[in-house]
Design a protein around this ligand. Sequence first.
Ligand code: ARG
Length: 392
Amino acid sequence: MEKVVLAFSGGLDTSVCVKLLEKKYDYEVITACIDVGQARDEIEKSTSAAEKIGSIKHYTIDARDTFAKEYLFRAIKANAIYEGYALSTALARPLIGKEISELAKKEGAKAIAHGCTGKGNDQFRFEAMIRSLTDCEIIAPIRELNLTRSEEREYANSCGIEIGPDKVYSIDENLWGRAIEGDILEDPMVEPPKDAFTWVKTSDDALDEIQILEIEFKNGVPIAIDNEKLEPDALIEKCAEIAGNHGIGSIDIIEDRIIGLKSREIYEMPAAILLINAHKALEHMTLTRTELKFCEIISSTYSELVYNGLWHDPLREDLDKMIDNMQRRVTGIVKVRLHKGSMRIVGRDSPYSLYQQDIVSFEDKEMDQREMIGMVKNYGIQAAYYNKNYKE
Ligand code: ARG
């Protein structure tokens, strides 16, 4: 029998896939759960689920460190946000695709399978990466059989696959965030119930105390929180906990998917929202006006590449080179005030600051104000001419 490697999370889609690959596609199924920072118990559950369902071999691959350093830190430097979404799932998919491809090669598998439906973005992201690294056949059982979630549930019951009551929503979680979809959330007018959230407190439940947090950045990436140096993954986890407890980072948006469908998306992304905002504040102090303007163009192109599953496009690497060059001066400290769902930047400092307090000060006399008279006089000259001569 030929072997297939399945990207496995232990959720409904991928659990159903194990059985379908075995029964309908006649494969021996090897499952692999890639640890990109989802909850520990989810990873443990996926190990026991894989065994129960009948995978011939199960792998758990620790990719947390790589995910934090090579993906999330790049996303911070690029201020990567697509339509209000900080790209948690989108950033993890290419890495999962890469790990699965390497495993398929090692196992001599003929095929690689994933549990994506034919309506979402992840099918593009996985397959684009897998095809750029292997010649394996790609199988997507849920998409190929056009299954609905209720049909999947029925099939799971008929095969004796246990699906817990907590599996109402379709959830994808990693170090950077949690995406919550499906069920009643599909109605865009329904307010997400409390049980949809785990990381971010509502403003009622958020901590009563105000917290002032100091985030230290070096070359565009965070290295310490309140003077405590931390490894990238630990730093991100800590930020998620702090910001989440203050009610920061829940997102409810209508998002444009790759295929053109609009979808209602709920996210919890406390660390991403905190760190990207702090990072932007430091950029405003250290980069020139022209650099900042160009950063916005880079950022939107970068975010689109990531969202659209084109992490492996050479343009992304080209942009990373340019970003890294600019980020050499994005070093310093940002002070953030967190309280009951509000997050405000209240201070920043950098050895590369372009802010000249002595000159900008109202008390300064050195920069002679009279030198501006001529410049101001002719400012907006074209608009003035239009207004006087042609405006109806
Ligand atoms: N809309 C998001 C994206 O495309 C999240 C997808 C989350 N997937 C899930 N199975 N819940 O990146």
